[in-house]
Design a protein around this ligand. Structure first.
Ligand code: CMP
Length: 136
């Protein structure tokens, strides 16, 4: 049975700043993802704090929110069979040093903070995160 899902992807400031957004989008398309919605924006720190609220007790929360709001980002709704998991596989481990060959973070990530992309970690969070950026 087919299980077409949507997930949220963010190309983070470190990658947009290095003009890697087209190459990263090609990596998604080559893996069969459809880019259903897409916009380039810069968000306020307060919005980043809302987006990453699940991490609010973590020691890296403040830096993470400052970073996500530090420059333009590209937010996208990606669609594919089992998109949430497929996107996590294509992104690779959170820490680029631990990411497998062929993944986006291995190829482009600089550090655990500047790891080039974000992707939803579950189908429930995918719905919440897509609504966060694309609620009409
Ligand atoms: P992301 O998938 O966007 O979700 C939260 C982000 O926090 C994560 O990618 C990392 O960029 C960042 N981060 C910074 N330090 C850590 C850490 N120790 N563990 C997990 N994520 C971290």
């Amino acid at each position: 049975m087919s299980n077409i899902e949507q997930t949220l992807s963010i190309i983070k400031p470190d990658a947009v700043e290095r003009n890697l957004d087209s190459e990263i989008k090609e990596m998604f398309k080559n893996k069969g993802f459809k880019i259903i919605k897409e916009k380039k924006i810069q968000i306020e720190k307060l919005e980043a704090e809302k987006f990453y609220k699940v991490h609010e007790t973590k020691p890296f929360y403040n830096d993470l929110c400052s970073y996500l709001s530090s420059g333009p980002i590209v937010v996208m709704v990606l669609e594919k069979e089992n998109a949430v998991l497929a996107n996590r596989e294509l992104m690779g481990a959170t820490n680029p040093q631990e990411a497998a060959e062929g993944t986006i973070r291995k190829k482009y990530g600089i550090s655990i903070d500047k790891n080039s992309v974000h992707g939803s970690d579950s189908t429930d969070n995918a719905k919440i995160e897509i609504d966060f950026f694309f609620k009409d």
